[in-house]
Design a protein around this ligand. Structure first.
Ligand code: AMP
Length: 414
């Protein structure tokens, strides 16, 4: 199968060739013909499957086949995404795949000034990619009018629901013309999501690729049973191996993400942290450092990591298991072993995380290989020195006040 077989037009074929894509991915092969025929579509596909191009390419083609002048405030296509990173990446994809066409597009998300977004809308765009909260805000202020919308895409719907956007999404959809083509993408399709899809779509075609178990099988997974206190020591030991080249580490909280990144940096391992308390500028810089290889490690919380699109992650490390939401495990490890590459995921499992591990194993229907390690309290503490060692009694007060000073400094600099 080639992109030409999918009946894509020349400017799009040129754009995919420029990206070096030789063949469509399974989701592209399945979804593009239906979308080109004007059908509503439900796609069950995860990040890394090529799902973005699966809707961006045919939508660009459909828009070019029924030209319409750009109307201020009134986009033809709206893509809703759960996070700013994902929204920015989708917007970039419109730029990339539409580079030989003349479409105007913009991205809109919260946490930054609305000035540029308002200006872009008043000049007019064909494609608007947005997170729900900011879009609703600008709609309420009268800067966006969706009366003339023709195409709607809801991307990563399961994440949107997890993040509590359902009310905003429904409000936005209530303002759309009923005559439109809609595309609905989600990595998982529990009952609540298929119900929502049924209310929003007309006779949708359903396409599904890479069921979770298949993706999971591509990743070599290992679990290390550890003492909670030794996690940092074990992490440092694992990072001694050079093949851990580009490592994404997940922690349970923002605070833990910061402290892991700080310990690694103090040990000479370049690390960045991204989480919800970082400004957009800080997140972008951290991601750029990681993508360029300047930082070897990125430490993230689940929310912050959503939508991060980095192909080359060699290892995913679960510093903490996702105890409250075990299906995040699948999303996390799916960040590695992308586009046919090899990937490894290590999970550090402390005693309080054993139940979660059992749930994960039943979810993926696999036993995760146990990796032994030599860290038993003393060796571990020796290996990491100050990082994991409880402070000696007489220095404890001093250390606490240093930490407080540092925390205050960080807080001010946010
Ligand atoms: P996505 O699932 O949309 O996040 O895409 C994952 C990655 O796959 C992105 O980096 C795309 O650039 C890349 N990609 C998309 N389509 C293809 C293709 N047909 N061949 C090779 N890579 C692709």
């Amino acid at each position: 199968m080639t992109f030409r077989n999918l009946k894509l037009i020349e400017p799009l074929l040129e754009a995919v060739a420029k990206q070096g894509y030789t063949a469509p991915t399974p989701i592209q092969e399945q979804a593009i013909p239906h979308i080109l025929q004007g059908k509503d579509l439900i796609g069950i596909a995860q990040t890394g499957t090529g799902k973005t191009a699966a809707f961006v390419l045919p939508l660009l083609q459909l828009m070019s086949q029924s030209p319409r002048r750009t109307i201020p405030k009134s986009p033809r296509t709206l893509v809703l995404a759960p996070t700013r990173e994902l929204a920015a990446q989708i917007d970039e994809s419109f730029a990339t795949y539409g580079s030989f066409m003349r479409f105007r597009h913009t991205v809109m998300f919260g946490g930054v000034s609305q000035v540029h977004q308002v200006r872009a809308m008043s000049e007019g765009v064909d494609v608007l990619v947005a997170t729900p909260g900011r879009l609703l805000d600008l709609m309420n202020q009268g800067y966006v009018n969706l009366n003339h919308l023709e195409f709607l895409v809801l991307d990563e719907v399961d994440r949107m629901l997890d993040m509590g956007f359902i009310v905003d999404v429904k409000r936005i959809i209530s303002k759309l013309p009923t005559h439109r083509q809609s595309i609905f993408l989600s990595a998982t399709m529990p009952h609540s999501i298929s119900e929502l899809a049924n209310t929003l779509l007309r006779h949708p075609v359903r396409v599904e690729v890479a069921p979770q178990a298949t993706t999971v099988k591509l990743v070599q997974q290992k679990v290390l049973f550890v003492d909670e206190r030794n996690k940092t020591a074990i992490l440092l030991e694992l990072l001694r191996h050079e093949d851990l080249r580009c490592v994404l580490i997940f922690t349970r909280t923002k605070r833990r993400a910061n402290s892991v990144a700080e310990v690694l940096t103090a040990r000479g391992i370049r690390a960045e942290a991204i989480h919800g308390n970082k400004s957009q500028g800080q997140r972008t810089r951290a991601l750029e450092n990681f993508k360029s290889g300047h930082a070897r490690v990125l430490v993230a919380t689940d929310i912050a990591a959503r939508g991060i699109d980095i192909d080359d992650i060699s290892h995913v490390m679960n510093y903490d298991l996702p105890v409250d939401q075990v299906d995040y495990y699948v999303h996390r490890i799916g960040r590695t072993a992308r586009a046919g590459a090899k990937g490894t995921a290590y999970s550090l499992c402390a005693s309080h995380e054993r139940d979660a591990l059992r749930e994960i194993e039943s979810l993926i229907r696999m036993h995760i290989e146990v990796m032994s390690h030599s860290f038993h309290s003393n060796t571990a503490r020796d290996a990491v020195g100050a990082a994991a060692r409880p402070p000696p009694k007489q220095q404890r007060g001093q250390r606490r006040s240093n930490e407080n000073r540092q925390n205050r400094r960080q807080y001010r600099s946010r």
